[in-house]
Design a protein around this ligand. Sequence first.
Ligand SMILES: Cc1cc2nc3c(=O)[nH]c(=O)nc-3n(C[C@H](O)[C@H](O)[C@H](O)COP(=O)(O)OP(=O)(O)OC[C@H]3O[C@@H](n4cnc5c(N)ncnc54)[C@H](O)[C@@H]3O)c2cc1C
Ligand code: SF4
Length: 477
Amino acid sequence: MAYDLVVVGTGFASSFFLAEYLARAPRTARVLVLERGFRDTRAWQLEHRRTTRLDADATFRRSGSPDKQWTFTLGFGGGSNCWWGCTPRLMPADFALKTHYGVGEDWPMTYADLEPFYERAEAVMAIAGSDRAPYPRRTPPPLPAHRLSDPDRLLAAAYPDAYFPQPTARARVATGTRPACCANGVCGLCPIDAKFTIENGLAGVYADSRVTLRLGADVTALDLQAGRVTAVIVKGDHNRDRTAGNERVEADLFVLGAGAIFNPTILLRSGLTHARLGRRLFEQVSLMAKIDLDGVDGFQGSTVFTANGYMLYDGPHRARHAACLMESWNRPDELRWESGRERQLLAIKFIFEDLPDERNGITLDADGMPVLHFEGYSEYARRGFDAVRSELDTLLAPLPVERVAFGPDPLPTEGHILGTVMMGDDPSASVVDRWMVHHAVRNLVVLGGSAFPTGSPANPTLTISALALWSADHLFA
Ligand SMILES: Cc1cc2nc3c(=O)[nH]c(=O)nc-3n(C[C@H](O)[C@H](O)[C@H](O)COP(=O)(O)OP(=O)(O)OC[C@H]3O[C@@H](n4cnc5c(N)ncnc54)[C@H](O)[C@@H]3O)c2cc1C
Ligand code: SF4
């Protein structure tokens, strides 16, 4: 049977795209969704204390920097199972780093272009946040902001234009499908289902009678003929039938939403080539700091991360070193040991953008397995670490600081895998266009953070979801 649309993956990118497609498609539309993982129930997840039965580490190999880790979830809903629900938008300048500061690359769209789609993605995720924000917004977030901690309040009073409650998909009040977040801080598998997941927020698209969902369907490659995709190749299901061969599934339009590791893997296995295909694999990078306070208790917030600080984010310094987003933690997993002073503490994560480096990327080994090569973070990011350390005393002056201890330098992963299928207007310098359609193969859409030309220090998933809506809106308008 041939389909109108085949979608690979069930994470944010695929699900938001599909929601927009179904809102416009005829009742006769036929959609097949192929998901490599399984739909492990909440009961199963909670019993096994893991988000999926699949071992992500067994699906790729690493080379280069021995310390670099890559974390993600393979399963129905993708990263929505394990994500922590932090949803800042990018800043307007993040879309034009080259133009403003002479580094990195410009995106093919502006903040203003994406703004309506940010709004729509925030509505679907029922984002909690403040109407005061460092970026322009036409409407307030759907849910009220979470309560700050007392150290946050001191910083917010000192930096009224740069310190805000964190926008988040962890519910502030019950939404009808999710209870209010109770700030226990184990969001990688939220025990009460308070954070947005595909299962609790967008499962309806997979229940639509036009959609067939196949689980355990590992898409290995695309079949290309005369510059078009004619079929996806699905690996034979050897659990059910040891003699099963690969299967071809035909369609008119093909959408890859398999994440920044497997999108390029599938394209490379299909014989597609481009100087930038698989290149520029990157993540943001972060430093943790524990700040002991004199006489001020922390942990009064109503969620796990309560605020974002933009004091070191945008400005002329980005010509020299990375922007930094501060994330205030309200997670009582490590208190002070001194009696009576256990809570006199603030933990801050300093998250830096990294500039994509052509040397970092994904190739295939002899078996077609992706090999993730990472040389290390850019000097641009490292200069950002130095700037934070040198400006820390001034930055934290509004707090009664006793001592600051930085954690391992840097953390081994942010869980935000980006780059590898860059978007842009110039087909010689990018793999997909501004609508995320492959420049040369026009019935192929490649969604997700793989398209990001640069990273910004902001968490990427709200932008990934907004871009999926933007792409579908254009294709099916
Ligand atoms: C611990 C952790 C915490 C995070 N917290 C945040 C956060 O607070 N805020 C934020 O913005 N981001 C966060 N992220 C990042 C976020 O999870 C990703 O940005 C997001 O999931 C990317 O969405 P996606 O739809 O592009 O890909 P994914 O969500 O990874 O979905 C890809 C889908 O494709 C499927 N798939 C893969 N290969 C194949 C194949 N060959 N055939 C068929 N299906 C396939 C996968 O099983 C999966 O369903 C976090 C990540 C981690 C690991
Ligand atoms: S802080 Fe707790 S309740 Fe809130 S989303 Fe995280 S795990 Fe769930």
